[in-house]
Design a protein around this ligand. Structure first.
Ligand SMILES: [Zn+2]
Length: 415
């Protein structure tokens, strides 16, 4: 009953309440950040006093496409169980369905992200680069084992806390891999600088290798402290890539659209200039450049996988450091460190997106999401909900999120 709900929940003076015992928390004004699909706020969980991040998923029920996208993201956030992948710790208790417009997700609080770190004056040692790259690939191996393509790997989507623990976030563009090569996939993915050549060339079908390309670009950016391929347009993006890798073979362009292939063949024949990668920084050792060149491979079928990249000797020190003092999977006893039997775990079973097939109307999806959130809360903890009358909350919900210019630019139309 609507009136009853309002009476019980609105007249509280706190920002967020635990629904039954009325413990309260404040929203800190100091930490606000924007992701492409989220507005983020730092809050304190009243049940245990821990600092966490509160994220608003806005404009959920505008149309069926946005409903489905948000439901997929929500399902993924609840599915993930990996230290290098951001997951939902909790979802706030939704109001009565008639008032249900926004979804609030509680996640771990991360102080920074790789973009902020790269552009900061803070020195990055080769140990930093190794432990960051190790964690990106460790998280990606897990995501790919779940059958998920992230499709927007970029430094701003790699959260980092003060202990250098890294988590992949923002699954607004993520989807389950498409194994049927005759099925078309959207090309409106991946921020341009990190976009794989097969997407730039209009391939109708692509694999999780697009994420590895992005990681290669980020690896080079960590070494050189500047964006590797910083072009003004998708065509120039492709040209910068071929400047480094040389003109691709016809075989490497087999999935490209006709217009993109014609553009490459019309241009001058370029020789690869990979040795220039040694000039990125003094940390660009033989091992580093060797691994980088295995990621920045034009042909996606020849690009290294996350699993194989993790077996590269360049990452041995990163693995050791991570599992010696940063991970949660190993522990220390009086007689020494006890290491986990599986340093880079995968998931089984895969993430199942079969639920998306039967979603047909906004109202129906709204009811399913409402029910899904209530089911997630069946546990021992008191459910959290929000006080919509508080001043801090009002400023929080009126903040804007995800301007169109922040979204990945639309791809070039070749034909
Ligand atoms: Zn460990």
């Amino acid at each position: 009953n609507k009136k009853g709900f309002l009476k019980n929940h609105v007249i509280l003076k706190t920002e967020i309440i635990a629904a039954k015992n009325l413990t309260f928390i404040g929203i800190s004004p100091c930490l606000m950040a924007y992701f492409s699909s989220f507005l983020l706020r730092s809050v304190t969980d009243p049940r245990d006093g821990k600092r966490v991040a509160l994220k608003k998923m806005p404009n959920v029920f505008q149309n069926l496409v946005s409903c489905k996208r948000v439901f997929r993201e929500l399902k993924m956030l609840c599915f993930f169980k990996h230290d290098n992948v951001l997951s939902a710790l909790d979802i706030l208790q939704p109001p009565h369905i008639d008032y249900f417009e926004e979804i609030y997700v509680v996640t771990e609080l991360m102080q920074s992200d790789l973009h902020k770190i790269i552009v900061s004056p803070q020195p990055l040692s080769s140990d930093h680069v190794k432990v960051f790259l190790y964690q990106i690939l460790r998280g990606l191996k897990y995501l790919h084992s779940a059958g998920i393509l992230h499709r927007d790997i970029k430094p701003g989507n790699l959260l980092v806390n003060s202990n250098c623990v890294l988590k992949i976030c923002d699954f607004g563009l993520a989807r389950v891999e498409e194994l049927d090569e005759s099925r078309h996939m959207t090309q409106e993915v991946v921020t341009q600088y990190y976009r794989a050549p097969e997407i730039l060339m209009g391939s109708r079908h692509y694999s999780n290798a697009i994420d590895i390309w992005s990681v290669g670009c980020i690896f080079a950016e960590l070494l050189g402290r500047r964006i590797l391929f910083q072009a003004q347009s998708p065509i120039q993006q492709l040209d910068l890539i071929t400047d480094l890798l040389g003109t691709p073979s016809l075989e490497a362009m087999r999935t490209a659209c006709e217009g993109a292939r014609a553009h490459i063949l019309r241009g001058p024949h370029k020789q690869p200039s990979l040795p220039v990668l040694y000039t990125l920084s003094s940390q660009a050792t033989h091992e580093a450049v060797h691994l980088l060149c295995r990621m920045l491979v034009f042909d996606p079928s020849k690009r290294i996988s996350a699993k194989d990249a993790l077996a590269h000797p360049y990452l041995d020190e990163g693995r050791l450091r991570y599992h010696t003092c940063m991970c949660k999977c190993c522990y220390t006893t009086s007689s020494g460190r006890v290491y986990t039997s599986d340093f880079e775990p995968v998931t089984n079973p895969k993430f199942d997106d079969g639920f998306e097939k039967n979603l047909t109307s906004v109202r129906q999806v709204k009811e399913i999401i409402h029910q899904f959130i209530l089911e997630q809360q069946k546990g021992n903890r008191v459910p959290l909900c929000i006080n919509p009358q508080s001043a801090a909350f009002k400023s929080f919900i009126s903040s804007t999120v995800a301007q169109p210019s922040e979204m990945p630019p639309s791809p070039l139309v070749w034909e």
